[in-house]
Design a protein around this ligand. Structure first.
Ligand code: ATP
Length: 308
């Protein structure tokens, strides 16, 4: 639904993007993750036809954003980093204005306004002046202009930036609710945002895509060894000493404060049958095996590993 190929963009001497390529399939909700200045806004502005790339192609629903901008933009809803709202307008008047700009047929406009207001829970404030609303409500109004024409693709640039924790949870919930109907790409520098809201992640660093896939795929690829968690009934420290005799285990850490747990890594080249020996020593030593599980790296660990 979104195809980006070989995007390159510089602002004078600043190389903002270098050969950025990715695709977003129909129905996916993708997190575009990167630190400040990584190139997220530049990519989104190019995808949405707000600025041009030096090289490369961006297509929305098969339409090239530079060659067929009207067709591409008809399939597109964009919430830029600074929402394009008019503070002096009332909420429903502004949504109507956005619907007219998106050329929603006249006969459908009133219906679309009501549906949009309902989807984004704006009923309480529909007759209020936008500039008097809280930032969370203003962000919802920004979302309203992006979805009122029912686009196939939604591009959201840092949609929860500057909101308080309650407002963040509400906007995340709304975005997840929109995911069934739209293909969504949202940018963020907040790892938990991407981990909680998106099923795919694209990581951009210094203008280049350095990883993409599901979070589990990326974490799996970056495991230098596999990290396991072992929970036992008693005396984890003694068991940890016994496990340290096994050559393919490293980084053994025991905890014995309420919960008896041991964490250890098995090098990727090692035979997994070493886990049989771990289980044997646990049960044979009378420690009681309660859990043996593979622990994935958190997205935070993955991100730091990739961008350090
Ligand atoms: P942030 O999260 O801080 O918005 P970002 O990932 O969206 O960052 P961009 O805004 O795309 O990153 O910026 C990428 C690079 O291009 C940065 O080095 C930025 O300073 C530079 N840049 C962006 N817009 C311009 C501009 N209009 N003129 C000059 N440099 C720019």
């Amino acid at each position: 639904m979104i195809e980006v190929s070989g995007l390159t963009k510089s602002y004078g001497a600043i190389q903002a993007l270098t050969d950025v390529s990715f695709t977003v399939a129909k129905g996916q909700i993708v997190g575009f993750l990167g630190a400040n200045g990584a190139g997220k806004t530049t990519t989104m502005d190019i995808i949405c036809g707000c600025i041009g790339a030096d090289h490369g192609i961006a297509k929305i629903a098969g339409f090239d954003i530079t060659e067929a901008p009207i067709e591409a933009k008809r399939c597109l809803g964009y919430l830029p980093e600074v929402p394009p709202i008019h503070n002096e307008m009332r909420v429903d008047d502004y949504i109507k204005f956005a619907a007219e700009l998106h050329q929603v047929p006249k006969s459908l406009i009133n219906n679309r306004i009501d549906q949009t207001i309902q989807k984004l829970a704006l009923g309480e404030v529909r007759h209020r002046i936008i500039g008097n609303l809280s930032k969370g409500y203003r962000q919802r109004v920004g979302l309203a202009q992006a979805i009122v024409h029912e686009p196939k693709v939604l591009v959201l640039d840092e949609p929860t930036e500057g909101l308080d924790p309650n407002q963040i949870a509400q906007i995340r919930g709304l975005i997840r609710g929109l995911a069934g109907e739209h293909t969504i790409i949202l940018s963020s520098h907040i790892l938990s945002e991407v981990q909680n809201t998106c099923d795919h992640v694209i990581i951009i660093h210094k203008g280049r895509i350095i990883e993409q896939g599901t979070y589990d795929e990326i974490a799996e690829r970056l495991q230098t060894g596999h990290l396991y968690r072992l929970r036992v009934a008693k005396d984890a420290p003694t068991l940890a000493r016994s496990l340290s005799e096994l050559n393919s285990l490293s980084g053994i850490k025991a905890q014995s404060n309420g919960s008896e747990t041991i964490e250890f890594s098995v090098s990727s080249s090692a035979d997994e049958s070493v886990l049989d020996e771990v289980a044997k020593r646990t049960v044979g030593g009378g420690h009681g095996l309660r859990e043996l599980s593979l622990k994935m790296k958190s997205l935070e660990e993955v991100f730091f590993q990739l961008t350090k």
